[in-house]
Design a protein around this ligand. Structure first.
Ligand SMILES: [Zn+2]
Length: 118
């Protein structure tokens, strides 16, 4: 089975680089494998985001979002970890917000209760 010339349509030799009938350059059909695919880079952002989510939720959230965004380009590398980082960060931020709101609510409550006495 030979190769068909894209210019004149005639069948040439399988290993021919040029068409023996019209001299047209034969298109190489074998697809060259991409080297980078064999080496999968690790998603450092996802790991950093996951760890940071426990200590600095805001930074953990940012790093985790970047980690999720980067995951498809890294063949889904550590996507789950990045999502876990986002969830943990969100809980951390939520709890911090609740503590602050609770604190302010207590101050406001105290302030309003004082005003009742005067
Ligand atoms: Zn040809």
């Amino acid at each position: 089975m030979g190769k068909f010339c894209s210019k004149c349509g005639k069948e040439g030799k399988a290993n021919a680089k040029f068409c023996e009938f019209c001299g047209n350059q034969m298109v190489e059909e074998t697809v060259t494998t991409v080297e980078s695919e064999s080496v999968t880079p690790t998603n450092g952002m996802a790991l950093a985001g996951f760890i940071l989510s426990f200590f600095v939720p805001v930074l953990g959230l940012i790093f985790s979002i970047i980690g999720v965004a980067k995951a498809p380009r890294l063949n889904g590398n550590r996507r789950g970890l990045a999502i876990a980082g986002i969830i943990i960060s969100a809980i951390g931020i939520g709890l911090t917000a609740l503590i602050y709101f609770g604190y302010f609510a207590a101050i406001l409550d105290e302030a309003t209760s004082y005003s009742y006495y005067y």
